[in-house]
Design a protein around this ligand. Structure first.
Ligand SMILES: CC(C)(COP(=O)(O)OP(=O)(O)OC[C@H]1O[C@@H](n2cnc3c(N)ncnc32)[C@H](O)[C@@H]1OP(=O)(O)O)[C@@H](O)C(=O)NCCC(=O)NCCS
Length: 165
């Protein structure tokens, strides 16, 4: 069985690899290989991921297989106003369609019990992710020029309300 737990420093190399593979597969067709590589090298560098673990406003989770390999990863961050963003959700290609992504999403939600809503930004064209989020109650609330140096591309802000009852 796959076990979802908080990410630790020991997971950094495997998560960095997972993110890099996932970004190249997902975003090269949308952003082009060069832009994708540049962004991924910067955002997913092991030092950067390790620093995020020390940031109290960020919570990172991994999905670990019985053999110790990493099958998925999620990271949520809280801004100064208390708004929570699901900043990253990536699973290994071999896990697509298994429900693992939903399990990671639920781990993030459980860790933030009581928040009124959760938001995310997804680059337009990432149709599988947009369909996944739509299936899980997220609605597009804004379309804007993508952040993170993704010049010229649009992204969607999606938000899921989390009513208490
Ligand atoms: C996004 C992600 C976590 C979703 O997990 P998943 O296991 O693939 O999601 P699911 O299979 O449960 O749901 C995807 C849905 O999109 C549908 N889908 C697949 N390709 C599609 C496409 N090109 N266009 C529209 N819908 C598509 C699937 O049929 C499925 O819907 P269904 O369950 O009704 O059949 C996973 O695909 C992933 O890690 N992707 C790469 C990283 C990424 O893009 N992360 C999000 C942005 S940071």
């Amino acid at each position: 069985m796959i076990h979802i737990r908080a990410m630790t420093k020991q997971d950094v190399p495997a998560v960095s690899r997972l993110l890099d593979e996932s970004w190249r597969r997902t975003y090269s067709p949308i952003l082009g290989a060069e832009t994708t590589t540049r962004l991924s090298d910067d955002k997913h560098a092991p030092e950067r991921l390790a620093a995020e673990l020390a940031d109290d406003n960020k919570m990172s989770f991994v999905a670990e297989r019985p053999d110790g390999s990493i099958a998925g990863y999620a990271m949520a961050k809280m801004d100064a106003t208390g708004d929570v963003m699901l900043d990253r959700l990536h699973i290994d290609r071999s896990e697509f369609g298994t429900g693992l992504a939903a399990d990671l999403l639920h781990a993030v939600l459980a860790a933030h019990a009581g928040i009124p809503s959760i938001a995310l930004e997804v680059i337009e064209g990432n149709d599988r992710a947009i369909a996944f989020y739509g299936k899980h109650g997220f609605e597009v609330v804004e379309r804007r020029s993508a952040a993170h140096g993704v010049g010229g591309h649009a992204s969607l802000i999606m938000r899921r309300l989390l009513p208490r009852a």
